[in-house]
Design a protein around this ligand. Structure first.
Ligand code: XLS
Ligand code: CA
Ligand code: CA
Length: 441
C-alpha cells in the first residue's frame, strides 16, 4: 500500500531544546511520571471526524484542505477506505494508540439506512484488519444524530416517533461496531437535544424520551457484550440555543434522576466547559466529585470568540490544571484524551495535521509533568487541607462532618463564641505565585 503521508516522518521525541518542527519536545511516551509512563497517563486518541474528514469548511466558505488521501473523489467508498489507511498511517507516525468515530465519519451516509449499515460493516472489517496489524484500539464510538436533516428537532428529543426510531437504529448499529472493534466507550453528545423556543417544546417529555433512549442503549449494549462506559458529553449550546446536557453538573443530575449513573460517566470537553461559562478544570472537578469522571475531549476554545473553535491545546496553564484534575481523579481507566481538535482553516497541509497533534500532545505532556510537579511540591494540597482543618480540630467540626450535629448545639457553639474570628486568608495570590514558580522555575 502506498504511503499517504509520504515525506512526513515518524514523529520522535527530541527534547525541549530541539527546533525540529516535526519532533516532540515534551511527549516522551515511555518516560515515567508519578510511577506510570506518559502514554498510559495520557491515552491519546485521534478523532476521525476532524482529522481524516474535516477540510476546514465554515459558514462562509468551503474547505481549504484536501483530504482525498489518494481517492478519486470524496463521498465514495473508495474515499472511506482511503481514510482508514490514512488514519492508521497517521496514528502510527504520531504514536497515537486510540481513535474515536461517529458512524457517518466512517462512510458516506446513503438515503436508506440499510445501505448505510452495509457500508459501515464493510469499513468496520477494514478497520478491524488494520487494528490487528497495528495494535491500535478504539477509545469510543458514537452515532451522529445531529447532521442529517431528520434530526432538526433532536434525536431522543425529537417530536417525531419515526425520527426517534432512526436514532435508535443508529445507536444500535454504532454500539455493534463499537463492540466489534473492541471499544471501551460509547458517547452520547446531544448536539440537537435541546430547544430553540419553549413556545413549541415540552421539556419534561423530551428529557424522559432521551433517558429512555439511553436506557435502551445500556440494555442492548450490555446484551451484546459491551462492558465499557457510556458517556454523556455535556455542552451548553451550539448548534441548539439551549442544550439539555448543559454542563457536568446538569448531566450528572440527569443521569442520577433517571437511574443511569451506574452505566454512564462523563466525557468532558474543554471548549464545551468554557462555553458553559466554566473553566475546563471546573467541569473535570465536578465530574470527579460526582464519581463520573470518564474521558476527555481535548481542545481549546478562544475566549474572544463565542463558539466551539476546537483548537489544538496550546495553553499550558489549562493542560496543567486539567492533568492535575485527571491525576487527582485517579487517572483514566476506559477513557483517554481524544483530540477533538482541528487545524485552523489556513493550516491546510498534511504537514499541518502532524503539527496540530505535535502541539496538542506536547501541551498535554508538559501539562502532565507540571501537574505532577505541583502535586510533588505539596504546597497546594497542604494548604487545602489546612484550610478546612477546623472540621478536624474541633468537636463541633467533627460532628458536622460525621452527621451527628444538631442545629441547636451548633447555635450554642456560636453563641458561646460571641464574635468569631475571620475564617482565614484564602491566600490565592500566594498559591498562584507558587504555581508560576513550579511552571517556570
Ligand atoms: C461537538 C462535539 C462532538 C462530540 C461527538 O461539539 O464535540 O464532536 O464529541 O459527537
Ligand atoms: Ca467533543
Ligand atoms: Ca466541540
Amino acid at each position: 500500500m502506498a504511503e499517504i503521508f509520504a515525506g512526513l516522518p515518524k514523529v520522535e521525541y527530541k527534547g525541549s531544546l530541539s527546533k525540529d518542527a516535526l519532533a516532540f519536545k515534551y511527549y516522551d511516551a515511555g518516560k515515567v511520571v508519578l510511577g506510570k509512563p506518559m502514554k498510559e497517563h495520557l491515552r491519546f486518541a485521534m478523532a476521525w471526524w476532524h482529522n481524516v474528514c474535516a477540510t476546514g469548511a465554515d459558514m462562509f466558505g468551503p474547505g481549504t484542505a484536501t483530504k482525498l488521501f489518494g481517492a478519486a473523489a470524496v463521498g465514495t467508498m473508495e474515499h472511506a477506505h482511503a481514510k482508514v489507511d490514512a488514519g492508521f498511517e497517521f496514528m502510527d507516525k504520531l504514536g497515537i494508540e486510540y481513535f474515536c468515530f461517529h458512524d457517518v465519519d466512517l462512510v458516506p451516509e446513503a438515503a436508506d439506512i440499510n445501505e448505510t449499515n452495509k457500508r459501515i460493516d464493510e469499513i468496520a472489517d477494514h478497520i478491524l484488519e488494520k487494528q490487528a496489524e497495528s495494535g491500535k484500539k478504539l477509545l469510543w464510538g458514537t452515532a451522529n444524530m445531529f447532521s442529517n436533516p431528520r434530526y432538526m428537532n433532536g434525536a431522543g428529543s425529537s417530536n417525531s416517533a419515526d425520527v426517534y426510531c432512526f436514532a435508535a437504529a443508529q445507536v444500535k448499529k454504532a454500539l455493534e461496531v463499537t463492540v466489534k472493534l473492541g471499544g471501551k466507550g460509547y458517547v452520547f453528545w446531544g448536539g440537537r437535544e435541546g430547544y430553540e423556543t419553549l413556545l413549541n417544546t415540552d421539556v419534561g417529555f423530551e428529557q424522559e424520551n432521551i433517558a429512555a433512549l439511553m436506557k435502551m442503549a445500556v440494555e442492548y449494549g450490555r446484551s451484546i457484550g459491551f462492558d465499557g462506559d457510556f458517556y454523556i458529553e455535556p455542552k451548553p449550546k451550539e448548534p441548539m440555543k439551549h442544550q439539555y446536557d448543559f454542563d457536568a453538573a446538569t448531566a450528572a443530575g440527569f443521569l442520577k434522576k433517571y437511574g443511569l449513573d451506574k452505566d454512564f460517566k462523563l466525557n468532558i470537553e474543554a471548549n464545551h466547559a468554557t462555553l458553559a461559562g466554566h473553566s475546563f478544570q471546573h467541569d473535570l472537578r465536578i465530574a470527579a466529585v460526582e464519581g463520573m469522571f470518564g474521558s476527555v475531549d481535548a481542545n481549546q476554545g478562544d475566549l474572544l470568540l463565542g463558539w466551539d473553535t476546537d483548537e489544538f491545546p496550546f495553553d499550558i496553564y489549562e493542560t496543567t490544571f486539567a492533568m492535575y484534575e485527571i491525576i487527582k481523579a485517579g487517572g483514566f481507566t476506559n477513557g483517554g484524551l481524544n483530540f477533538d481538535s482541528k487545524n485552523r482553516r489556513p493550516s491546510y497541509t498534511y504537514e499541518d495535521m502532524f503539527k496540530g497533534f505535535i502541539l496538542g500532545m506536547d501541551s498535554f505532556a508538559l501539562g502532565l509533568v507540571k501537574a505532577a510537579a505541583i502535586i510533588e511540591d505539596g504546597r497546594i494540597d497542604a494548604f487545602v487541607k489546612e484550610r478546612y482543618s477546623s472540621y478536624d480540630n474541633t468537636d463541633h467540626g467533627r460532628k458536622i462532618r460525621n452527621g451527628t450535629a444538631t442545629l441547636a448545639e451548633l447555635a450554642a457553639v456560636a453563641e458561646g463564641l460571641g464574635a468569631p474570628a475571620l475564617p482565614g486568608s484564602g491566600r490565592q495570590e500566594e498559591l498562584q505565585s507558587a504555581v508560576n514558580q513550579i511552571l517556570f522555575g
